[in-house]
Design a protein around this ligand. Structure first.
Ligand code: THU
Length: 144
């Protein structure tokens, strides 16, 4: 048996102005991203910003869902956007159940159908005229 010591060190700045200018810009962008938070359930808005190697900034905000676990934190929204930009995939991927649930939230919110297209590298393209068409008996705010 042995003890293992685990330590964390944080740097605390008294004021944002002490940070490097690119980090100040990043923090400002995160605050702007926060305005796009969709958080009707928690009423807690979060924004995130990621500075990429190529100097581009990718923003994210928390996006909630009537099915709470189907929502996403701001940080993961941003990192997934960044990841999908850098590593573009051409693999055909129809939306999974969790993604359908997330898209359904916005279809209900905007009260208009969202068209979904499925596409492979080659071959046929499949269109669904709405998300509801792919997710019958949707769990949405009307049942809460
Ligand atoms: N949230 C984030 O976006 N990031 C965090 O690090 C903590 C929590 C969101 C999730 C949920 O939409 C709301 O804040 C309340 O938990």
């Amino acid at each position: 048996m042995k003890d293992i010591k685990i330590e964390s060190t944080l740097t605390v700045y008294d004021h944002i102005d002490e940070l490097p200018t690119d980090i100040i810009e990043l923090m400002d962008q995160a605050a702007i991203a926060r305005k796009n938070s969709y958080s009707p359930y928690s009423k807690f808005s979060v924004g995130a910003a990621i500075l990429l190697e190529n100097k581009q900034i990718v923003l994210g905000s928390n996006q909630e869902n009537a099915s709470y676990p189907s929502g996403l934190c701001a940080e993961r929204t941003a990192i997934f956007i960044a990841g999908s930009r850098i590593h573009q995939t051409i693999t055909p991927i129809p939306p999974c159940g969790a993604c359908r649930q997330a898209i359904a939230e916005y279809e209900v919110k905007q009260d208009a159908p969202i068209e979904i297209y499925f596409m492979g590298e080659t071959g046929k393209v499949v269109k669904s005229h709405s998300l509801a068409n792919l997710l019958p008996l949707v769990f949405d705010k009307s049942v809460l």
